[in-house]
Ligand binder design. Structure first.
Ligand code: WT7
Length: 652
């Protein structure tokens, strides 16, 4: 309680956490500022408004083009080409350069398996493993531009598989290992993957998750797939299709550990990553080699201040954008040493993470408010068992961090000596967009200001820039790691992000800008849930529910949840003559888990006679939400079925 009161006071005081002068002096960003005669943070932001100069200049710090760009930016809204004309392959900087240089024997990844097995992989070793797999993929007929779906857990083979694809110019599409067979199938079919890379099974919370079995189920209806490459993680017995399946260790056995890196155009696609939208199926977000390399590497170098002796741990899953950008590509470009942990944060005990930090002397920790709240609930006794003094910088991502969690993180994990980088960004942005630098004064709960060279604002519905009020978060100028559209969905791309304000990117979040120009992100504006820092479309959960034979209709909303940010609440209309029961609720929850993965399983299911809809048949989720949260529902006369609101009260 005392801690709570303390926080309230902090908020009233609007206290600001300033980094020490001594710390600032040693940061990467300060060194760059000194080199360019820039004295203050504000001056840096101002100077970087010359966007092309800025990104052209900082790109020199992180990438080595095969052939340099003719032009920094070509902006044909809503498509941007960065580093136009440059010849490049991200693998050249992420791997080849280190393996051939003085980082050859430096550790790239420290792997900690859930059962406690560990591996350390140097840049030189990583290079060889990637090359062997790349050669094997080539031998199987995978070529530049072909798509490869990767369905792997948090083991080093996941980055190895991604890099092997990128090396030969194939496009990877990683599917989070927590997703179900049907979610995998949908993603494979959308990009028409030629091959799938998976493993037998992996460890999670002391159990084994049967990925190969799930892959087989996905492939029951995925005609594009010719090969399945299976890495042996646990040694479990698995189903096998002689014509289609190949063991990873067998196909690489006779392969050379040298493989030429395919020369690509800076604007050629590197990967697709699917993310949820308000309607229909997941969107295949496209990222390219050049701009993505610059945008992710510069932001990581400055925001997390990566130095040669850091042990950096981004505790996200590589299956999401956070892992793609900040476990795989950016840290490798910077030649960093990163941790990869396979398992659950609280397995076997709630101090597993603190144990890992102490064991490897982790210096930078980057995680989500959901995880922080989980650890808060277990209490600081678990933290106190370990020496976390090695930590010098902290980070947060995925959802707004509530000041209470911020202070806990600051106090108990950072020992009141570490700045917290609250980074706002998205699958689509590829890189941090609104984020502090280690030199930025912090306000708990605010992601502070746009990264230099990124232009963000808050607009009212008329497109006017506003302060001190909630509005639409927008990005008003292209940034290097910006998505290159959605795969085979140009119209949807234009509609979703660019139709609201002219030549301006609509992020889909509500935010407020204060008098100091600090941004306070308040959550999603559209019908997308944010569960544990991951986006899930309300409509996706609804269609999963409706695909059950006993369900006629469903409306899904998010409700604030102490731990997860939002919990999923479903209102279900059953088909005629179906009896509501608790067993059926359970069955429906499992049904959604099977369709989409456990992350999308509704926390609450309520049976109702009707759900409120507009005359055009759109489910009024906002209204349902207001009703559930006990807020006013306003004028409901435009509804096709105004009585449905009252029906919600009779929910069983
Ligand atoms: C959405 C993007 C980017 C990696 C993780 C999620 C929310 C993200 C923050 C933050 C408040 C945040 C937004 C955003 N979000 N970071 N620091 N503060 N909200 O990636 O699945 O593409 O989701 O996550 O709502 O739009 P994603």
């Amino acid at each position: 309680m005392a801690e709570k009161e303390h926080i309230a006071v902090l908020l009233d005081e609007k206290r600001v956490f300033k980094p020490s002068k001594e710390f600032v002096e040693k940061t990467n960003v300060k060194k760059w500022m000194d080199k360019h005669g820039i004295k203050t943070y504000d001056e840096l932001l101002k100077k970087a408004e010359d966007y092309e100069w800025f990104w052209g200049e900082v790109s020199k710090e992180v990438v080595n083009w095969i052939e340099p760009p003719r032009k920094i930016l070509e902006w044909n809204p809503p498509y941007a080409n960065w580093f136009v004309g440059a010849k490049y392959n991200i693998v050249h900087d992420a791997l080849d350069r280190h393996a051939k240089g003085d980082k050859k024997d430096k550790i790239a990844y420290i792997f900690e398996g859930e059962p406690g097995d560990t591996r350390k992989i140097t840049y030189g070793e990583l290079y060889k493993e990637v090359n062997k797999l790349a050669n094997a993929l080539k031998k199987l007929g995978i070529k530049k531009g072909d798509r490869v779906s990767i369905y792997l857990p948090m083991i080093p083979e996941l980055p190895i598989a991604m890099l092997a694809c990128a090396k030969i110019g194939a496009i990877h599409s990683v599917v989070f290992s927590g997703f179900s067979a049907l979610a995998l199938r949908e993603r494979i079919n959308d990009c028409e993957a030629k091959a799938v890379i998976t493993c037998d099974s992996f460890y999670r919370r002391g159990k084994k998750v049967p990925l190969k079995k799930q892959t087989d189920e996905a492939l029951e209806d995925a005609p594009s797939v010719e090969h399945v490459i299976v890495y042996r993680r646990t040694g479990d017995e698995i189903p096998w299709d002689e014509k289609r399946d190949l063991w990873w260790h067998e196909i690489i056995k006779d392969m050379s550990d040298e493989c030429e890196t395919e020369t690509m155009d800076a604007n050629d696609p590197l990967f697709f990553l699917y993310t949820s939208g308000t309607t229909g199926k997941p969107k295949g977000v496209i990222h390219c080699h050049g701009g993505y390399a610059v945008g992710t590497a510069v932001t990581l170098k400055w925001v997390f201040d990566i130095k040669d002796d850091d042990i950096y741990w981004c505790a996200a899953d590589i299956g999401w954008i956070t892992g793609h950008s900040y476990i795989v590509y950016a840290p490798l470009i910077l030649g960093a040493t990163s941790i990869i942990y396979e398992g659950a944060p609280n397995y076997p005990n709630p101090d597993r993470w603190w144990e890992i930090i102490e064991k490897y002397k982790v210096t930078i920790l980057y995680t989500s408010p959901t995880s922080i709240r989980l650890f808060m609930r277990y209490g600081e006794e678990w933290v106190k068992k370990h020496d976390l003094n090695s930590i010098r910088l902290l980070g947060s991502v995925g959802e707004p961090i509530n000041p209470e969690a911020w202070i806990w993180y600051y106090t108990h994990i950072g020992g009141k000596k570490c700045q917290i980088m609250d980074t706002w960004w998205q699958t689509e942005t590829g890189q941090f967009c609104i984020t502090p630098l280690p030199i930025t004064p912090l306000k708990p709960g605010s992601a502070t200001k746009p990264f230099p060279g990124v232009s963000a604002d808050v607009y009212d519905n008329e497109g006017k820039s506003i302060k001190n009020a909630g509005g639409n978060l927008v990005l008003t100028h292209p940034w290097p790691a910006m998505l290159k559209g959605l795969y085979k969905a140009d119209e949807r791309y234009r509609q979703t992000y660019w139709s609201r304000f002219k030549n301006t990117y609509l992020a889909g979040d509500v935010a407020r800008k204060d008098d100091d120009g600090y941004f306070w992100i308040q959550g999603r504006a559209d019908d997308v849930l944010n569960v544990s820092g991951h986006r899930i479309g309300n409509s996706e959960v609804e269609s999963a529910l409706v695909s059950h034979e006993k369900v006629a209709e469903a409306a899904v909303i998010g409700k604030p949840h102490e731990l997860k940010g939002e919990s999923i609440v479903a209102f279900v209309v059953l088909k005629k003559d179906v009896e509501p029961s608790d067993e059926l609720k359970k069955e429906l929850r499992e049904h959604v888990a099977k369709q989409m993965g456990k992350i999308a399983r509704p926390d609450e299911i309520w049976f109702v006679a009707d759900v409120p809809k507009t005359r055009s048949g759109k489910i009024m989720r906002r209204l349902i939400r207001a009703k559930v949260l006990g807020q006013g529902t306003g004028d409901t006369s435009t509804l096709a079925n105004p009585d449905a609101i009252k029906e919600l009260e009779k929910a069983k």
